[in-house]
Each structure stands twice: as C-alpha cells, then as structure tokens.
Ligand binder design. Structure first.
Ligand code: DAH
Length: 373
C-alpha cells in the first residue's frame, strides 16, 4: 500500500460519514437497525438474555416496529416497497434469533448434562484423604500373620499367652531350675523378685506350651506367636524386644522325623525353594534331643557378612523333642505321649525373607522403610 492510496481512502471515508451523519437515508436507517439487531442477537450468551434481545429487536416497541409505523406517512407505492424491505429484515432477524436460540440451547443442555453426570469412577476428596492417612500393618505383624497362615494350613491352631510370666512358667516348668547355668541364656527384665513369686517379662514363647498343656489334655497341635524380652545389646541380628512363634505337637508316636518334616515343609513354604535350611544339634533344657534351624544368610547368600557374623548361616529357630521332665511338670505321662516343639524368631524370618541387613530398622519407625512392605 502506498501513502497516496491511504490518503485517498481516508478522505473518501470521511466524506461518506459526514454525509450520512447529516441526513441518514431511509435505507441506511433500516440497514443500521438490522446491523444493531444482528449484533445484539449474536452478543446474547444465554437463552434468557436472547429472549430479552428478541423482544427488544422484534417486539412492539422495537426500532423495526417503529419503522413499520412510519410507513403510514408514505404513498402507496413507496409503502409497498419499503414494507417489503422491512418484512425481509424481520424475516432475516427471526432466522438469526432461531439459530442463536438453538446454539445456546444446545450449549446449555450440554452444560447441564455435564453438571448432572454421575461419574462412578470418581475418587472423592474424602477417599483421597483416607488413602493418604490409611495405615498398614508393621512388617513384623505381617510376617506373624503369614507364618500363622503357613502353620494353620498344616493343621496347627493358634494360641497366645501372657507377656509377664512367673519364674515357674518361664523357667522351672521348662526344666530350667533356679541357679541352673542355662538361665544365663535368658537373662531378662525382672518385674518382681521372690515374694510371693518372681515375675519376669517372658524371654521366649515357650511358657505358652506349659499353659496350653495345663489347660487342655493332649493331643496338642498349636503355634503360639508373641512378644518376648531379653537383656540384650541390640545388634544387626538381636533386639531386646522381639517376637517368636512357638510350636508344640503332642500326640501318640511323634518322632524326630515328624519334627524335621514339619520344619522342612515350613521353610520351603515360607521362604521358597531357593533358600536352604539345615538342622544342627543344639542344646535347650526343655527338649532332648535339641536342634537349631538355620537358613542361608540372604544378605550375603552364604558368603559371610556382618549380619551372619561371617558364617553364611542365620539361626531362625530352636527345636527338639519335648523333654520328659516338661511332660512331668504338667502331669502328662511321657510313657504314653511324645512330642516336638520349636520356637522361631519372627523378626528373623522377616529379616531373612526381605533381605534386611540390620534388624534394628524394625524398631526405628522410619516410614520410608516401613512403607516398602
Ligand atoms: N525358647 C527357645 C529360645 O527362645 C527356642 C526354642 C528352642 C523353643 C527349642 C522351643 C524348642 O520350643 O523346642 O531360645
């Protein structure tokens, strides 16, 4: 575009405007009415607003209606021509209103449907909140339940006993007399010394065996999970508060083969076939013979590390054939009944199964650790 063109155009625009402002012709007036009306129709954003616009541009007091009335002053021919022009304007405006009404109606229906829609997959705010704060079982509790499941599937029942025990249940009935050197294996927290009885925080779940045999006559096939306490300096494999799963089977003709088979079945069911276990001769006052159950250390896969003290194996349980002295303590005839018992460390099972190098993380309540399970 050249400067000269621009000048020409602006000059002629100015001429047209000044002329029309002075004496607007009838057809210019009608064109303006139509333009204004069309703009107003287009600008209506709701059906309600459109209804008002419709009255304003097509109603009795609209500019169009007034223009109609003005036709009366014209002669017949001019009236007919001008009347037709106005009629055409009205028809076009009515068409515009109808189209806009349809447009707005559709949009409003869609918005209403959207608003009323029931989204059955929607996650509500309260669900989000409860998902955030929903807790979970501690790994040790989860492990306890899994161990219970394995033994229940093998025909065992589940029993529990108190955490505070008298000297009789924790030691004497289990063939550990006062001052016996074996007591040093189970130093603990004493709640009461002597008078009338010595009460300790139980050092193992074995006393539950005694409660069970006192309370109901054989046969017995039970596991007994629970918390135990020992005077222990915590390290990678030991806690002063820990958990055990005791087992006791008393029946006719129970042999060491039943014990070994039960241990084997348990370890493969809980750990899977790729973790190896072994039984080694051991000593416990309440079983004869006794054995220790060990599994390949999962931290070093048997190579030897800090967790297994360089041995490649981790002790999981003690076990053995119930000593006749224990049967006699609870009034069961050892000539008629035989049995086996075992005691697993639940925390140890969790540690080996989930490859946890240091058991102390189980008590530290660090959610970054706990959330993983
Ligand atoms: N009570 C033993 C301990 O805490 C573990 C144990 C060994 C339990 C042999 C038993 C058993 O039932 O027969 O070290």
């Amino acid at each position: 575009m050249t400067g000269a063109d621009g000048d020409v155009r602006s000059r002629s625009d100015g001429d047209v405007r000044s002329r029309s402002e002075e004496v607007p012709s009838r057809s210019e007036e009608v064109a303006r009415i139509e333009r204004d009306a069309a703009d107003a129709i287009g600008a209506a954003t709701t059906s309600a607003a459109l209804a008002e616009v419709q009255t304003a541009v097509l109603g009795k007091r609209s500019a169009l209606a007034l223009a109609h009335r003005d036709l009366a002053a014209l002669d017949a021919d001019a009236r007919r021509t001008a009347g037709k022009v106005l009629h055409d304007v009205r028809t076009r405006l009515e068409t515009l209103v109808a189209a806009r009404a349809q447009e707005l109606g559709a949009a409003e229906r869609a918005a209403m449907l959207e608003q009323d829609r029931l989204d059955l997959t929607e996650v509500t705010e309260s669900e989000v909140r409860s998902a955030i704060s929903r807790g979970r079982l501690h790994l040790v509790n989860q492990t306890q339940r899994e161990l219970e499941d394995v033994f229940v599937a093998m025909g065992f029942t589940v029993a529990e006993g108190p955490e505070a025990e008298t000297d009789w249940y924790n030691f004497e009935a289990l063939n550990i007399p006062p001052a016996h050197p074996a007591r040093s294996m189970w130093d603990t927290f004493y709640l009461e010394l002597g008078q009338p009885e010595t009460v300790v925080l139980r050092t193992h779940t074995s006393p539950v065996q005694i409660h069970l045999m006192e309370d109901s006559p054989p046969p017995v096939h039970a596991v007994m999970p629970g918390r135990c306490y020992r005077r222990e300096t915590p390290d990678a494999r030991h806690l002063a508060v820990f958990h055990q799963m005791e087992g006791l089977v008393v029946d006719h003709g129970i042999t060491f083969a039943d014990l070994a088979g039960t241990i084997e079945t348990f370890t493969t069911r809980y750990f899977g076939a790729d973790i190896h276990s072994r039984l080694r001769p051991g000593y416990f006052p309440f079983t004869e013979p006794s054995a220790e159950v060990e599994v390949t250390c999962t931290i070093c896969r048997g190579a030897g590390c800090r967790t297994c003290s360089g041995t490649g194996w981790v002790e999981l349980a003690g076990c053995g054939m119930v000593d006749p002295a224990v049967f006699e303590a609870v009034g069961i005839d050892p000539e008629e009944w035989t049995g086996f018992a075992f005691g697993f460390g639940i925390d140890r099972c969790a540690q080996m199964r989930h490859v946890i190098a240091d058991m102390r993380v189980l008590t530290e309540n660090d959610v970054r650790f706990l959330r993983q399970f």
